[in-house]
Design a protein around this ligand. Structure first.
Ligand SMILES: *[C@@H]1O[C@H](CO)[C@@H](O)[C@H](O)[C@H]1NC(C)=O
Ligand SMILES: *[C@@H]1O[C@H](CO)[C@@H](O)[C@H](O)[C@H]1NC(C)=O
Ligand SMILES: *[C@@H]1O[C@H](CO)[C@@H](O)[C@H](O)[C@H]1NC(C)=O
Ligand SMILES: *[C@@H]1O[C@H](CO)[C@@H](O)[C@H](O)[C@H]1NC(C)=O
Ligand SMILES: *[C@@H]1O[C@H](CO)[C@@H](O)[C@H](O)[C@H]1NC(C)=O
Ligand SMILES: *[C@@H]1O[C@H](CO)[C@@H](O)[C@H](O)[C@H]1NC(C)=O
Ligand SMILES: CC(=O)N[C@H]1CO[C@H](CO)[C@@H](O)[C@@H]1O
Length: 448
């Protein structure tokens, strides 16, 4: 009987501990759900009305009518009638070839474990039939489809990937937001009428397991960020599984509060960070949204993608790799090829990636082409360049191991230890099959 009461009290205490107050002090105590660190790799999808002009970048509208950059202003003058508005592009966002099952299968084949779709970028157009975005959403103008809902359904029905949503708090040209900004954020009309209802609607309708907040132009107390997060973590239907990022206010929140840290786009510190972080980067080096005039050389090669991925994960980060689909709903073959190449590589080498932890050393102490992860009794050494000469590494001068295996290679490999350096006789290895990029050596039964 006493034990029963004791257990009851324990449960009671635990339940009340999972309640969060709308302060960073309280919210920052929440442990990041484990799935996120284990998953390591996500796909970012920038899709919106900006995919219609598909010129310069997803910031097209701002470059045209905000900062008035000459190349974009001239492009519009030359190619469109004088009265043409940005909003006129929306009816051309038709998505007639959008096959969410095909996307889901492609993302699964890439080896990613989650996706993040732009539900609404800074232009304000919603990719779902939002109740608070009259005539500026995909249910009413353009495809007349619930693009968020269709992709969520395909992802959940066909794959084991987690479904996440990006959401921009601010909108470049929304007069209600501009008015709040003019009032030095002492009024919250835009938050009450737009950003807050949207966030609740997205959670209620689509149960996203990531909320990737952005566009935090305005302080956290203006956005009511901590109030929303307290609800999200206390009461929402994703309270136990959802992860969030750190872009919840421009008053020193990023890289300091929230869930995982994104700090800046393409954040990649090159050393261990003792808080979960993410490196979001885009395969088209010049844009997150689709660009019709992109050249082959503008796209990251698979070698570059894998090098970034390995470096990030060695240092405790996750990667979020971006593709920009077309207005018709196609993920262009160059993106598709990169994703399938990554999937092939991961099918051999994923054992050293998924669920791994940073090791004692993140990169080798003398060889700049080698990065490390660890899992169970193994350390994985990722060799980014294959030179034909033997590989010398120094990070094992204080660790012992039984043997070295090259993942995806069936034969034994030759290695020796000379003056505390491990020397792997790679010149004697004949590479075959899919052993084309970022070779992974498993050091077995490590004792540090
Ligand atoms: C889920 O996918 C299966 C085939 O993979 C299909 O038969 C079924 O209709 C789908 N269900 C939903 C709700 O889309
Ligand atoms: C705007 O608000 C901030 C924070 O309350 C204050 O520090 C700043 O002086 C205000 N700026 C103006 C122009 O009133
Ligand atoms: C923001 O939170 C405060 C404190 O809980 C509340 O009084 C206010 O109404 C909220 N504003 C909006 C727009 O949600
Ligand atoms: C979350 O739970 C705490 C503790 O019970 C409570 O004080 C707070 O009001 C709750 N917040 C929300 C938004 O549910
Ligand atoms: C790699 O390791 C060396 C020595 O341990 C260190 O000085 C260097 O900054 C590390 N980072 C990169 C990106 O090479
Ligand atoms: C191992 O290498 C590290 C980094 O170069 C060095 O600081 C350390 O003293 C070395 N240990 C031994 C036992 O030589
Ligand atoms: C093969 C093996 O031992 N795998 C284990 C590695 O460690 C994770 C947890 O860190 C276990 O879940 C695996 O079963």
């Amino acid at each position: 009987m006493k034990i029963a009461i004791f257990l009851f009290l324990i449960i009671l205490i635990n339940t009340s501990l999972s309640q969060y107050l709308p302060t960073w002090e309280s919210l920052d105590k929440r442990e990041l759900p484990k799935w996120y660190d284990e998953s390591k790799i996500g796909i970012f999808i920038h899709w919106g009305v900006f995919s219609v002009p598909a010129f310069r970048s997803e910031w097209f509208w701002w470059y045209w009518q905000g900062s008035k950059e000459p190349d974009v202003v001239n492009y519009m003058e030359k190619n469109y009638p004088p009265n043409f508005q940005y909003t006129n592009f929306a009816s051309m966002f038709t998505a007639e070839f959008f096959d969410p099952n095909y996307w889901a299968d492609l993302f699964q084949a890439s080896g990613a474990k989650h996706i993040v779709l732009t539900s609404k970028h800074h232009e304000g157009y919603c990719l779902w039939p939002s109740k608070t975005s009259f005539n500026w959403n995909s249910g009413e103008v353009g495809s007349k489809r619930d693009l968020v809902g269709e992709l969520a359904k395909s992802i959940r029905n066909r794959t084991n990937l987690k479904f996440g949503l990006y959401h921009s708090l601010f909108e470049w040209f929304n007069p209600i937001h501009l008015n709040d900004a003019r009032n030095n954020y002492t009024t919250q009309d835009f938050v009450r009428m737009k950003s807050m209802p949207e966030l609740y609607e997205l959670v209620e309708n689509y149960s996203p397991e990531i909320i990737w907040s952005d566009g935090d132009s305005g302080p956290d107390y203006y956005w009511n960020s901590t109030q929303f997060l307290a609800w999200l973590y206390n009461e929402s239907k994703v309270k136990d599984t959802v992860v969030t990022n750190d872009r919840w206010g421009n008053n020193g929140v990023a890289c300091k509060h929230g869930g995982f840290y994104t700090c800046d786009d393409r954040y990649n510190p090159g050393k261990l960070v003792n808080h979960k972080w993410e490196n979001c980067f885009t395969i088209d080096k010049n844009s997150w949204g689709y660009r019709r005039n992109a050249k082959l050389q503008d796209f990251m090669t698979i070698e570059e993608i894998l090098a970034t991925l390995v470096e990030t994960i060695s240092c405790g980060g996750n990667v979020l790799i971006n593709v920009g689909p077309t207005k018709e709903g196609i993920i262009a073959p160059i993106y598709e090829e990169r994703l399938r190449q990554m999937g092939k590589w991961l099918s051999v080498n994923g054992i050293g990636i998924y669920g791994s932890k940073p090791w004692l050393h993140q990169n080798d102490t003398t060889n700049p082409n080698v990065w490390y992860t660890s899992k169970n009794e193994s350390v994985f050494g990722f060799l980014l360049k294959w030179s034909g000469e033997s590989v010398k590494i120094s990070a094992f001068n204080e660790s012992k191991f039984d043997d070295i295996k090259l993942l995806g290679y069936d034969n034994k490999i030759e290695w020796t230890i000379v003056n505390d350096q491990v020397v792997i006789e790679t010149s004697k290895i004949k590479l075959y099959g899919d052993l084309k990029w970022a070779w992974v050596f498993e050091f077995q039964n490590i004792t540090d």
